[in-house]
Design a protein around this ligand. Sequence first.
Ligand SMILES: *Cc1c(COP(=O)(O)O)cnc(C)c1O
Length: 217
Amino acid sequence: MYINQSIYQKLDNVCAEYGAQWIAVTKLRPVDALAELYAMGKRSFGENKAQELCDKYEILPKDIDWHFIGHLQTNKVKQIIDKVSTIHAVDSMKLLNEIQKEASKINKKVAIFIQMYVAQEETKYGFSPEEMLDFFDQFQAENYPNISIQGIMAMASFTDNKSQIEEEFCRVKTMLAAINSDYNMTLSEMSIGMSGDYNIALKCGATRLRIGNILFN
Ligand SMILES: *Cc1c(COP(=O)(O)O)cnc(C)c1O
C-alpha cells in the first residue's frame, strides 16, 4: 500500500468543506502508486517532468486528468500538450505563446495558471508583482483562443513560520483581485498549498491544492 488512506480521506473532506480540489502530486512515484490512487477514485494527478508524465500517461487509464505542475521548458510543450488539461506554472510570455501555438495545432483548449513569485527564497521562476501586472498589460485574450487562464499559482517559502506563509498567500489573493479589477477579468482560482501548508492555503482562498509527500506511506 503506497497511499495513506486517512490523509486521502482528510484531503477529500477538507476540500469539500472549502470548495477546493486537490491534485495528487505523483512525481517520482512508481506507476503502482498512481494505480492505487486511481483505484481509490482519484483522477487528478500532477507531474513536473515531461518525459515522466508521458511515460505514465501511456501506461495508465485514459480518463486521468493530468496537471503539469512545475517549471516547463518551452521545448517540452509539444510533448505534453495533448496529454494535460492544465499547466500550473506559466512563468513567461514565451511559454504562454508556445502553449497557444501547440494547443492550436491540435485544436485543444488548455487551462493555465500564471506563476507568481512570493517566497523569500531565491528562485528563477514566477513573476514578481510588477511583472505580473506587466504581463496582464500585454496579454490580449483574443490572441490566445486555445488558452484559458484560471488564476494564479504560487509556492510559499519553505518555513515553519505560519504567519509568513499566510502573508505570502494573501499577496496572491490581493494580486488576483487587482488583476480582476484593473484588467476587467474574472480569474477565480488559486493553485496554492502543498503538504506542509495546505491548511493555511485553504484559509487564504486556495481552490487547488497540489499534494505530494503526505499522501504516501
Ligand atoms: C513537488 C511539488 C508539489 C508537492 O509538494 P509536497 O510538499 O510533496 O506536497 C507541489 N507543487 C509543485 C510545483 C511541486 O513541484
